[in-house]
Design a protein around this ligand. Structure first.
Ligand code: GLY
Length: 596
């Protein structure tokens, strides 16, 4: 089942050359590895890339890892091979992703982590989301007339930077579930930053497209546009500042990031950003905390689909979509049925209407969290789908609320970037983590070798609508609403699937579709991930350009949908847990699944 467009396919093929795989193996082979061992690693990277392009899952017995770049996956695989846990491997993967896929995630950003603990059978979620500075005001993204700023006027510069959460999350995950020594988890990141890595086709093309914005700040321009020219694919890129930051994290832990020189540099960079200074202060970094939260779970068929609750809208919105579709026999309809896609699209629109009205950081606003995924409520919402054609209008519902408050609909824009990591370790622990600096290249501000996020633009730029407050308005210390949907699916209390994706608010549609493809249409994880996307959030049905999804255009238009063909660049990484493990990596990006 090969559905990727020619452009994406050629990008993926470029990095699947033996030369690239050999570089990957050379760069992360264990100290003292023999030629034979390096060759075995080279072969496994080639095999993983080929499996993805051929549309077949990678299988294994003991452990599996799926993430967005082969160098990062190999760094994590090395940790798992040596007996480390999924939490250990995640640290190694994240520090390498922050180097080789800097546009998507890193130390200057935030993340959500879902963990299934094999020993206790418990699921835990950790919130490492950025916070709004204490000095930020609700009108941060409005001009002097109270009008919302244009999106990129808000994004680029210091105004959009929230307190990073990722370093604290790495440390907290390792503290709870780590087995390997902390400093060792930074070794590959440090080595790759010191010795250099080959710029991937995707990074090179994104730098070229964003050259104007990246050139606004000297430190960022010097790294991404050396001598004024965008980085080229295949160029060796070193990042000694990042290596230094990793050395500090390895020796001092997250305390060295949230206090001391790095914290001072972050604050200085944000506050002195030319043209668009922000308000982040040392106190915001000093006070930052990872928060453990209750997982949000929704029933779907024989499964329980669990993920990250507020401030993410991910698990609630995915859960709502699936909860409504529980009333319809999608399996009988099949993936080729326009009727199935009508139901999926309109269920998604109904869920997005609730998301826009009710979902935000529940530490700051009362939220009907339980009511939103209550099966009775979702059955009522599902009844709205009993129609022959697309819904002409979609409005938020009235979930059971324990507070008498009224919210207005949200106004915020999220563009895709972000990265997803799925890992199962040899102890049976399962990790699903989505990690981000928000927009591609975040705020474009860089310090100490990493980019700073623009996560605050995930807040609504407007605070009120017709005098009614908006739940996701900015407030000091609040965490912006996210769409990130790191998910673990359970059956009879046991984990059977880990999945998640980047993609802005389309993340929700990518993850819901892949779960439906896997649970209802009998696809394996690679088929489910590769299946062309059809996503509807607010009315327009996005169909993935240059794929078989475009074949639904006429049928969906006849049902009354406006249809738009476009690139839908998810980055799904999924692992199925059954008799063995099966991994799937998104052919639209550069990642792989690897296991043993
Ligand atoms: N900034 C992407 C998200 O949190 O959904």
């Amino acid at each position: 089942m090969r559905h990727v467009s020619a452009l994406l396919l050629s990008t993926a093929l470029t990095i699947s050359t033996p030369g690239f795989a050999q570089e990957t193996a050379d760069a992360v082979a264990p100290e003292g590895a023999t030629e034979g061992q390096v060759q075995a690693m080279t072969d496994e990277v080639i095999a993983a890339l080929e499996a993805k392009l051929e549309g077949v899952p990678v299988t294994s017995e003991n452990w599996m890892i799926a993430a967005a770049n082969p160098l990062a996956v190999e760094a994590g695989a090395k940790v798992l091979r040596a007996g480390g846990s999924a939490a250990d491997a995640m640290v190694a993967v994240q520090v390498v992703l922050g180097l080789v896929e800097p546009q998507s995630s890193g130390l200057g950003g935030g993340a959500f982590l879902v963990w299934y603990d094999a020993a206790s059978g418990q699921m835990t979620t950790l919130d490492g989301r950025e916070t709004a500075p204490l000095a930020a005001t609700p009108t941060l993204f409005q001009d002097e007339n109270g009008e919302p700023l244009k999106f990129f006027d808000a994004v680029v510069g210091g105004l959009s930077v929230g307190t990073p959460g990722t370093p604290a999350l790495l440390e907290e995950a390792h503290r709870r579930w780590g087995r390997a020594s902390w400093p060792g988890l930074f070794a590959d990141g440090i080595r790759l930053a010191d010795e250099g890595f080959l710029v991937s086709p995707r990074l090179a093309s994104l730098v070229e497209n964003d050259a104007d914005r990246l050139s606004r700040f000297p430190e960022t321009a010097a790294y991404f546009l050396p001598d004024g020219q965008p980085l080229q694919q295949g160029q060796r890129l070193m990042n000694p500042d990042y290596a230094e930051t990793l050395r500090m994290l390895a020796s001092d832990g997250a305390a060295g990031f949230y206090g001391g020189e790095i914290a001072a540099d972050i604050v200085r960079t944000v506050r002195n950003a030319p043209g668009n200074p922000g308000v982040l202060a040392g106190v915001d970094l000093a006070l930052y905390q990872v928060i453990e939260r209750e997982p949000v779970c929704a029933d779907y068929r024989a499964y329980e689909v669990c993920g990250m609750g507020p401030p993410s809208s991910g698990a609630l919105t995915v859960g709502q979509i699936l909860g409504m579709l529980n009333s319809y026999d999608l399996a009988a309809m099949g993936a080729e049925s326009a009727e199935a896609w009508r139901l999926i699209g309109d269920a998604s629109r109904l869920a997005f209407a609730d998301r826009g009205r009710y979902m935000a950081d529940s530490d700051f606003i009362p939220m009907p969290t339980k009511g939103l995924v209550d099966p009775g409520y979702l059955s009522q919402r599902a009844a709205l789908l009993e129609s022959e054609v697309a819904l002409s209008e979609v409005a938020p519902g009235k979930p059971e609320f324990d507070h008498a408050l009224i919210w207005a609909d949200d106004v915020s824009l999220e563009l895709p970037s972000t990265s997803h990591i799925s890992i199962v370790d040899s102890y049976g622990n399962v990790l699903s983590m989505t990690t981000t600096i928000e927009n591609g290249f975040g705020s474009r501000l860089m310090t100490n070798g990493f980019l700073l996020n623009n996560e605050l633009t995930d807040f609504s730029f407007k605070t009120h609508s017709d005098g009614v407050p908006i739940a996701n308005r900015l407030e000091p210390g609040k965490r912006p609403r996210s769409s990130m949907s790191p998910t673990i699916v359970l059956k009879d209390g046991e984990p059977v699937l880990a999945i998640g994706s980047p993609g802005g608010s389309r993340i929700i549609g990518y993850v819901a579709k892949s779960i439906i493809a896997w649970a209802d249409w009998g696809m394996d994880v690679q088929q489910a991930v590769s299946l062309p996307h059809l996503v509807n959030r607010f009315g327009t049905y996005d169909v993935e350009a240059a794929t078989s999804a475009e074949g639904f255009t006429d049928a969906l238009a006849q049902l009354g949908f406006e249809v738009n063909a476009r690139d839908l660049t998810s980055g799904l990484h999924a692992i199925e847990i059954g008799d063995g493990l099966s991994g799937g990596a998104d052919p639209r990006r550069e990642g792989i699944a690897l296991g043993e």
